[in-house]
Write a protein that binds this ligand. Structure first.
Ligand code: BGC
Length: 728
């Protein structure tokens, strides 16, 4: 791959481009030649909370980074103190899990364009997203930022996102590389897994980011992998990322994930950020032994700062190691027009950006259940009871580093009011209180029961939260960085509330919000209608109201399995989450998410890929044709109902007579199709040779098994509509 990539590039673009590419390389080498060791080292470590050093005398600017992944983070200046009086309230997009629930690759691209454009406007060079870590457990506090339990879906959505960001001339940063699947002990946990699980489950989204999307930067994660910190990990970084995949961009650290100068120098870290956050927030000058003031800051104490200079000077590492890191940083600087060309200006808070936020939210909401077609509600309703603190909660500033100051945020209650105006009476009851240690509150439940009884229909907005007081980092909980959920049970007495309201008014719709599944066993059978709304961004309330009242036909599909109970989830069944004595063994191997539930016949509450619609779709005419190593698949979908709608058709591959242990089925393709009532469309796609391979641990390579392959087409992993067979 290393040699192939530039070769293909030159072949494809011809001689003129070849000389242009060369001249950029020459410019880079010329700059490096002119730089002192100190200047080079200034470029490979942070010199403020979110910048790394430049070389002003040579016209090399600082590299300015910002979170990510669903909006441009509030301004922190050069320290960690939130700036006041700056215009940093921007577009708050739905979070990663929401984006993945759209199963819309093109929307992934548009999402990335919004981020790239707003990052550009705000003077950023790198946006720290997308987060593509596999959702291994429902408890991971950052699942809401991530995409899926499935590597194929995660890869496809990440590629769109990255291309969108980078087409705006901004670098994307795919994170966190790799095996960062829990927040508890994230700085120390040592992750062990089989090579097959690594290659088939945990790496594909990163590989696609590098090979298919040409991502400019990758962020190394906090955890250890097979005994070595992931950010300076010979196997993950030098062998796989830079070796096998030919990554020629920048591997930056997570904020504080570098632990050793020599390892970082030798094992692939190109840029060290955020080390010792306490120190870096306090920019004190140092003095030498005689008390003489040195022109130094705490940043000079970073592992890839003064200690790196010392190592080159005493000959422990060659200066060429530093040159290579500088070369990579300069490469992305040229690619994003930071040095000798003009950048686009970018745009901020445009209607077009807000429309993308709305579209993602609309397409991401999943109709989990809809008995007797309770939904959509009629706008002629006279009265609705709206219950639950999540109906009025703004979430943009929650969750940790992904916090966004939103220009505005439409809450679910506001969305209903926007849609219905004054024609329907809406009575609100809080029902539960988001507060540390809060249990069911009898008085609040009684109030909720009262409004529910008096209304024709009740809607409860419940689920998770990013924590309590979002202005305090230390008040994070549940869906938040640095914490995992304690279990899958909704906090604050929400189950008691739902049960009481369902009794008071059987026409109650449960709207779940947050970063993934909750244990619904106490009330699921009694609830006639359930929607999953995730964290739907600044336009979320409008999107939800439109779905509830049928202006938008729901089309989101679950990007992860919703288990009935936590114990049903594979890592938990094996007792391997979050690990023991500092080690997490991923003993479930490749059997993550639906790969486990399907293969071991464990019935989930709602299966991977599930999502209902207000219309019905019929699948017919499956045709398969092999061409070389790949398979052409075509089939038809017809809207057989009375409402226009989108369907996400999913293509799974199964190997019934496989000699090796495989998952019952694996997602290898999907397509979102819009259909008017009665309309029929033919879907055609090609499953490439890779769709039929597994990772052979003995040969340490991808392998193809000769035999019959089943191609399954359906509307969910548990709703297969068409089956075909092909020998390969
Ligand atoms: C997070 C990263 C984030 C970085 C900078 C870290 O704590 O893990 O995802 O990009 O901080 O804010």
């Amino acid at each position: 791959m290393k040699l192939l990539k530039p070769f293909l590039f030159l072949m494809a673009l011809g001689g003129a481009t070849a000389s242009m590419a060369q001249s950029t390389d020459e410019k880079i080498e010329n700059l490096i030649k002119q730089m002192t060791l100190e200047e080079k080292v200034a470029m490979i470590h942070g010199n403020s909370s979110f910048t790394s050093g430049g070389v002003p005398r040579l016209g090399i600017p600082e590299l300015v980074m910002s979170d990510g992944p669903h909006g441009v983070r509030p301004e922190h200046g050069r320290d960690w103190v939130l700036d006041k009086d700056v215009d940093d309230a921007g577009t708050y997009l739905p979070t990663g899990m929401s984006l993945a629930a759209t199963w819309n690759k093109n929307l992934g691209y548009q999402f990335g364009r919004v981020l790239g454009s707003e990052a550009n406007y705000r003077g950023k060079d790198v946006i720290l997203g997308p987060g593509v870590n596999i959702i291994r457990s429902p408890l991971n506090g950052r699942n809401f930022e991530y995409l899926s339990e499935d590597p194929y879906l995660a890869a496809k959505m990440a590629v769109g996102y990255i291309k969108g960001v980078q087409d705006e001339g901004i670098s994307a940063c795919v994170k966190h590389y790799a095996a960062n699947n829990e927040e508890v002990d994230r700085n120390t946990v040592d992750v062990h897994m089989s090579e097959r699980a690594l290659r088939e489950i945990y790496l594909p989204a990163f590989k696609a980011a590098v090979i298919d999307a040409d991502v400019n930067t990758v962020m190394g994660s906090y955890n250890k992998f097979r005994g070595e910190f992931a950010t300076h990990n010979e196997y993950l970084v030098n062998k796989i990322l830079k070796g096998e995949w030919g990554f020629d961009g920048v591997l930056m650290s997570d904020w504080g994930s570098v632990h050793n100068t020599k390892e970082a120098l030798l094992k692939g870290t190109d840029l060290e950020m955020g080390t010792d956050l306490v120190l870096s927030s306090n920019s004190v000058s140092q003095t030498d032994a005689s008390g003489k003031k040195l022109n130094k800051t705490v940043y000079d104490r970073f592992y890839l700062a003064d200690p790196a200079i010392a190592m080159v000077k005493d000959g422990s590492v060659p200066e060429s190691m530093i040159d290579e890191k500088v070369r990579r940083i300069l490469r992305i600087m040229f690619k994003t027009n930071m040095i000798d060309a003009k950048r686009k200006k970018g745009e901020y808070n445009t209607k077009a950006h807000q429309d993308i936020a709305l579209k993602v939210a609309e397409q991401s909401i999943v109709l989990l259940k809809n008995n007797k077609q309770l939904l959509p509600l009629k706008k002629s309703l006279k009265s609705i009871a709206v219950i639950g603190q999540n109906a009025v909660r703004e979430n943009a500033m929650g969750g940790g580093s992904s916090q966004v100051k939103a220009k505005y945020e439409i809450t679910p209650l506001q969305g209903l009011k926007n849609l219905l105006g004054n024609k329907t009476t809406i009575n609100y009851a809080q029902g539960y209180k988001i507060a540390r240690g809060q249990q069911a509150d009898a008085k609040m439940i009684a109030e909720a029961v009262d409004v529910a009884k008096k209304a024709e229909v009740a809607i409860i907005y419940c689920g998770w939260t990013h924590g309590y007081d979002y202005s305090k980092w230390s008040d994070n909980a549940y869906d938040a960085e640095g914490t995992d959920k304690p279990d899958m049970n909704m906090p604050f007495g929400q189950d008691e509330l739902i049960k009481a309201v369902l009794k008071a008014n059987p026409k109650t719709i449960v709207v779940l919000m947050g970063g993934g599944p909750v244990d619904m066993r106490q009330w699921e059978t009694q609830a006639p209608a359930i929607l999953e709304a995730w964290y739907p961004g600044m336009e979320g309330g409008n999107a939800l109201a439109k779905v509830i009242f049928g202006d938008v036909n729901p089309s989101g599909k679950l990007p992860l399995t919703f288990p009935k109970s936590l114990e049903d989830s594979p890592a938990h069944k094996l007792g391997d989450f979050p690990g023991k004595n500092g080690v997490a063994n991923y003993n479930e191997g490749i059997f993550v998410g639906y790969r486990y539930f399907d293969t071991y016949k464990v019935e989930p509450a709602f299966a991977f890929g599930h999502g209902l619609s207000y219309t019905t779709f019929a699948y017919t005419d499956l045709k398969l044709a092999s061409s070389g190593d790949s398979v052409k698949v075509s089939f038809s979908i017809k809207n057989t109902g009375k409402t226009a709608g989108d369907e996400v058709a999913q293509i799974y591959v199964s190997v019934p007579d496989s000699k090796i242990k495989r998952a019952l089925q694996e997602l290898k393709g999907f397509e979102r199709v819009s259909l008017q009532p009665g309309e029929q469309k033919t879907v055609e796609l090609v499953l490439p040779a890779d769709a039929f391979k597994y990772f052979d641990e003995e040969k340490m390579d991808w392998a193809h098994e000769t035999g019959d392959y089943a191609i399954l087409v359906g509307s969910a992993s548990d709703a297969i509509k068409l089956r075909g067979k092909i020998a390969l």
